[in-house]
Design a protein around this ligand. Structure first.
Ligand code: SAM
Length: 232
């Protein structure tokens, strides 16, 4: 369960209505049950239910079960697609270890605005499901061009360029440092965007292999390949 409170020995955590309903109504936990907790900073903690009220439960921290595991300094920039597929992307990027998820509007992006709350809740659920101790921030959707204008060029961009179909070898030769993976929409990148990206010296265009992947597949493949080259 993700909570906002600091976690430490003997710390008492007051649960929200929603968390209490989930634990005592849905999961049928009761007083004395053990619950795994994390807050994104203090690792995973085992807590005991000390008050099982369906609207106002309370937990008490017992001991740390696992240390905090932060992801490597990897961001994901992606052009949102259909709702369910966007949910999938947020979920998989969280599971595979991205520190920050940034939806971007590109020329061929069909999806309108994404619901940032919904996406953030998805990231939280994904972290809970995979017993992660970190929830990546999902930012508001912003234009790719604007984002590039204010970009801090010490973070390099791994530009997954579908027009470069060929072996995905470049990814094995990446050098360590802060990175952001960029994945385009179903329609790919426009020639203007591609030229602009290729002209920037902090952008590394890469192929993910000889087949054109769906955007959601490309996200999983790119993060996995990056993790294999530079992750922990
Ligand atoms: N409409 C495009 C086309 O037919 O050329 C395909 C776009 S693809 C469905 C969506 C995104 O996934 C691309 O913009 C790119 O970022 C990434 N992608 C898919 N396959 C790739 C590959 N083989 N190499 C690099 N990136 C790829």
């Amino acid at each position: 369960l993700h909570v906002d409170h600091p976690l430490g020995q003997g710390q008492v955590i007051a649960l929200t209505d929603k968390q209490s309903h989930y634990l005592f109504g849905v999961m049928r936990e009761g007083e004395g049950s053990a619950v795994a907790l994390f807050n994104g900073r203090d690792g995973e903690w085992t807590a005991t239910v000390t008050r099982a009220h369906k609207k106002a439960g309370e937990l008490t921290c017992v001991e740390q079960a696992a240390p905090q595991l932060d992801p490597p300094d990897l961001w994901l920039l992606f052009a949102p697609i259909k709702k369910e597929r966007t949910d999938f992307i947020v979920e998989k990027a969280t599971e595979l270890g991205c520190a920050r998820i940034l939806p971007v509007q590109t020329e061929f992006t069909n999806a309108g605005r994404i619901k940032q709350d919904r996406a953030q809740a998805h990231a939280m659920e994904a972290a809970e499901q995979c017993l992660g101790t970190y929830v990546p921030e999902v930012t508001e959707m912003q234009s790719l061009m604007q984002l590039l204008r204010g970009w801090d060029d010490t973070r390099r961009i791994l530009f997954c360029d579908e027009s470069l179909v060929g072996p995905a070898q470049t990814l094995a030769q990446l050098t360590p440092g802060p990175w952001a993976i960029l994945i385009g929409p179903e329609g790919g990148f426009s020639p203007v965007e591609r030229d602009m990206l290729r002209s920037l010296d902090y952008v590394t265009p890469v192929s993910l292999g000889p087949r054109i992947l769906r955007a959601d597949t490309a996200v999983c493949a790119a993060i996995t390949l990056w993790q294999s080259a530079l992750g922990d």
